[in-house]
Unconditional design. Structure first.
Length: 464
């Protein structure tokens, strides 16, 4: 057995290997020497990257793709029970391993930092991965998005630190035993899995309770849900709690965030000393993510001034306010934001960067359940833009819900005074945006679905 590979993962088969979370685990296993195979619905750059690491990637799902000698089949919560490869695994009596269990096994023996919270996980995890790499600590990491610098969402490092994005959506983050847990925020989301805020709090309490004895919880001091979680876990004797934010009582206090175009300068007060560093993405929300990363690194014993300097090397994650290009004097930026809090944070960041110019948004709602629960708040967020085009709901893993359409968002946006238009055919968007945009404007494509594909097409129309 190759070092660092659990027996069940020596020859794993991943169903949906091209997904952000699944591909990261597959990459790390391939780098450790496992014989990785899997399938995905379509060809992608991720599939090619996995093949370059020696993995076998099939396109489409079929029982014949699963090798008889596979030691496990790795699945996420999105894989349905009737998937032919999953059915075949049962016939062959091959163990089925959830993605979170596979990731947990990769962290064993390492100092793990697990980043949780409804918004900002990918960015904060990425900031830590970049900063620790810059300091030659060579961490392993698994992230829900591709870093702009290394261009990958995961790697197996030779150091003793593992940084992981911890997904609360299906409670899978409860599988990890981190030395440092980061909780950026606690809000009601993932409505298919949580019926109330009490269920959310209980889930996060379980996650925090898994921090190893003597470990640290880094938690937001300004966000109400995070404050309530802190109150609930403060008495855990084996846990050090470090709060961060703009609140006067925060252990790591954000003193000032100064916008610098598409970057920010952040000043924090840590142990009574002022520390200023640059964050190469705009907006207060991302500045707070950087401060959470700083606090987590300090909890592992990394000098704050070294870490602050290294955080300045972070240049972003794909789909997190990613500049796609500029044409005809118009910048096109892509955002993964799909929850109202994320939308508001990114729109406020862009509003600050769009001084003297207009902010135009192309928004694609993600999931019928989320639109049903939060459509009003999504529409209210769009009031921060000068004009918005709203696409139909991107279903992802869900079936339609009666009466739930993007009209819920559009009506709420109009009620909030927004200039918003429904567009049902995604192919019409590039020409529509090119007709609206003027030199100096910012165009933001926003949502967790395939709205991201529109950026290059919009740029082509602007150029012509």
């Amino acid at each position: 057995m190759a070092p660092g590979i659990p027996a069940a993962l020596e020859r794993p088969h991943f169903i949906g290997i091209g997904g952000a979370g699944m591909s990261g685990i597959a990459k790390i296993l391939a780098q450790r020497g496992a014989k990785v195979a899997g399938s995905d619905a379509r060809e992608s750059a991720t599939a090619e990257a996995l093949r370059a690491l020696g993995a076998t990637v099939h396109i489409g799902h079929a029982a014949g793709h699963l090798a008889d000698d596979a030691t496990s089949v790795v699945v996420s919560s999105a894989i349905r029970a009737d998937n032919p490869e999953l059915v075949r695994a049962a016939e062959l009596d091959i163990p089925v391993v959830h993605r979170s269990d596979a990731l947990a096994s990769l962290m064993e023996g390492l100092r793990a930092i697990a980043v949780a919270g409804t918004h900002g996980k990918t960015t904060t995890t990425s900031m830590l991965a970049v900063a620790l790499s810059e300091l030659a600590l060579d961490p392993s990491y698994a992230i829900g998005g591709d870093l702009e610098g290394p261009g990958t969402n995961a790697t197996h490092g030779q150091g003793d630190i593992f940084v992981a994005e911890a997904d609360e959506s299906d409670r899978s983050f409860q599988k990890y035993d981190p030395q440092v847990a980061i909780v950026l925020n606690v809000e009601l989301d993932h409505h298919a899995n949580y019926a109330s805020m009490d269920e959310i709090y209980e889930s996060f309490e379980t996650f925090v309770g898994k921090v190893v004895p003597g470990g640290t919880l880094v938690v937001a001091a300004d966000q109400p849900g995070a404050v309530e979680l802190t109150r609930r876990v403060r008495e855990l004797s084996s846990l050090t709690v470090v709060t961060y934010g703009e609140s006067e009582g925060a252990d790591v206090r954000v003193h000032k965030v100064t916008p610098r175009g598409l970057t920010s300068e952040v000043t924090v007060v840590l142990n009574g000393r002022y520390l200023t560093f640059t964050v190469s993405v705009p907006g207060r929300h991302y500045a707070h993510n950087a401060v959470a990363a700083l606090a987590a690194g300090v909890a592992l014993g990394i000098p704050a001034h070294n870490l602050a300097s290294a955080l300045g090397k972070y240049t972003g994650v794909k789909r997190r306010l990613q500049l796609k290009g500029e044409a005809a004097g118009v910048q096109v930026i892509d955002s993964y934001a799909h929850h109202p809090t994320e939308m508001t944070a990114d729109l406020e960041a862009m509003r600050g960067a769009a001084t003297g110019s207009r902010l135009l948004v192309v928004f694609q709602p993600h999931l019928f359940s989320r639109t049903q629960e939060l459509g009003t708040e999504m529409g209210q967020a769009l009031a921060l833009a000068d004009a918005s085009l709203v696409l139909d709901v991107y279903p992802a893993r869900e079936d339609p819900l009666p009466g739930v359409t993007s009209a819920l968002i559009i009506d709420a946006a109009k009620a909030a005074g927004a200039d918003v238009t429904a567009v049902h055919d995604k192919a019409e968007i590039p020409a529509a945006v090119a007709g609206m945009a003027k030199p100096g404007d910012l165009v933001l494509t926003m949502g967790a679905g395939d709205v991201t594909d529109l950026g290059p097409l919009i740029l082509d129309h602007l150029s012509s």
